[in-house]
Design a protein around this ligand. Structure first.
Ligand SMILES: [Zn+2]
Length: 339
């Protein structure tokens, strides 16, 4: 009942353009939206990548059509220039970004964007791209999703504790117990932790039949077609929670590989946020400053104004929203309201 009322209210507010009044009262601001995977077979893809970060291709097409017709799609390069005061941007400007580097960004999302003359920024998780394997957080989300459906009871050999993973509360508790430590690991240590976890669960994600990560060759081609390729670290760790001596490798090390593969400087960075808060600290900002990035984006909500810090830009997370919900997200965001 309450939900129906809320939905009706949203429809009325969108029709009345009530949020526009508040938008006019704010200093000019732009929105950066963030996607992950865009799938033609949503059901299948959401099963192994995670439904919260998978967008159906038809819905994505609708969202890009709305962006082109009702907003002003811009690139992160244009936003960087606008922030420096060397470029004007139209009102209601929106930039499109993609975290992680899934192959479907190349096969599905980019052709749809190009249909509407929109160019995006795709941030690559370097290790996953090099190994041609889905990042660790997909492998672990798959374990817990499947274990919930199969109602698996898990015995932790070290503590003797058991978890009934069919129970949502226990599944969540176990997820925090096993997965939060991953965000603090990098490289070989991380992969052996994930291998051990898959052994404990006694099954693993079979990646032979799924669309995984894009290749560097595809990234180069997207670059030629006007899209930007950005850095999303080597291991997809939470940078604010790893030892400081590993920061250089995760940020500058990834940058070096990307520069070599792309044959040009990398202009943009995105902070991974697999879990744990915060996702950045002073030391991480210093590392991105050293590499002269034009922008670095976060997963936290917010509008970008000319007074925002270019290396700590908030974004609006988008996934499988229908047209009304997508418009609602953008209109409320432009009005500075988090939904
Ligand atoms: Zn990510």
């Amino acid at each position: 009942m309450k939900n129906t009322f809320k939905e009706k209210l949203k429809t009325v507010l969108l029709k009345m353009r009530a949020l526009r009044l508040r938008q006019w009262m704010l200093p000019q601001s732009v929105v950066i939206i963030a996607y992950h995977s865009v799938a033609t077979d949503w059901q299948k893809q959401a099963g192994y990548i995670n439904r919260g970060i998978t967008t159906d291709a038809d819905r994505f097409n609708e969202q890009m059509r709305i962006l082109r017709n009702e907003y002003n799609p811009v690139t992160l390069d244009e936003i960087a220039e606008w922030m420096r005061g060397t470029k004007l941007l139209p009102k209601r400007s929106v930039a499109v970004t993609f975290d992680d580097g899934f192959a479907d960004n190349y096969y599905v999302a980019a052709p749809i964007m190009e249909r509407y003359d929109i160019r995006g920024t795709i941030y690559l998780t370097v290790d996953a791209v090099q190994r041609r394997e889905l990042p660790w957080f997909c492998r672990t989300a798959f374990l817990f999703q499947q274990a919930a459906a199969k109602k698996i009871v898990l015995l932790d050999p070290e503590t003797g504790r058991t978890w009934n993973l069919g129970n949502p509360d226990e599944n969540r508790e176990a997820f925090i117990y096993y997965i939060y430590p991953c965000a603090k690991l990098v490289g070989g240590e991380l992969w052996s932790y994930i291998d051990k976890l898959e052994t404990l669960f006694n099954f693993r994600l079979d990646q032979s039949d799924i669309s995984g990560m894009m290749t560097f060759e595809q990234a180069r081609e997207l670059r030629k077609r006007g899209h930007n390729i950005g850095n999303h670290t080597i291991s997809h760790c939470n940078l604010a929670h790893i030892p400081q001596e590993l920061l250089y490798q995760e940020i500058a090390g990834a940058n070096e590989i990307l520069e070599r593969e792309l044959g040009e400087p990398v202009g943009h960075f995105s902070y991974p946020h697999p879990c744990l808060n915060p996702q950045w600290n002073d030391a991480t900002v210093i590392e991105t400053e050293k590499l002269n990035y034009k922008t670095a984006t976060l997963t936290s909500f917010g509008l970008v104004t000319q007074r925002s810090l270019p290396l700590l830009l908030p974004r609006i997370m988008i996934s499988n929203q229908d047209n009304k919900e997508f418009r609602w997200k953008l209109e409320t965001a432009l009005a500075g309201i988090q939904t």
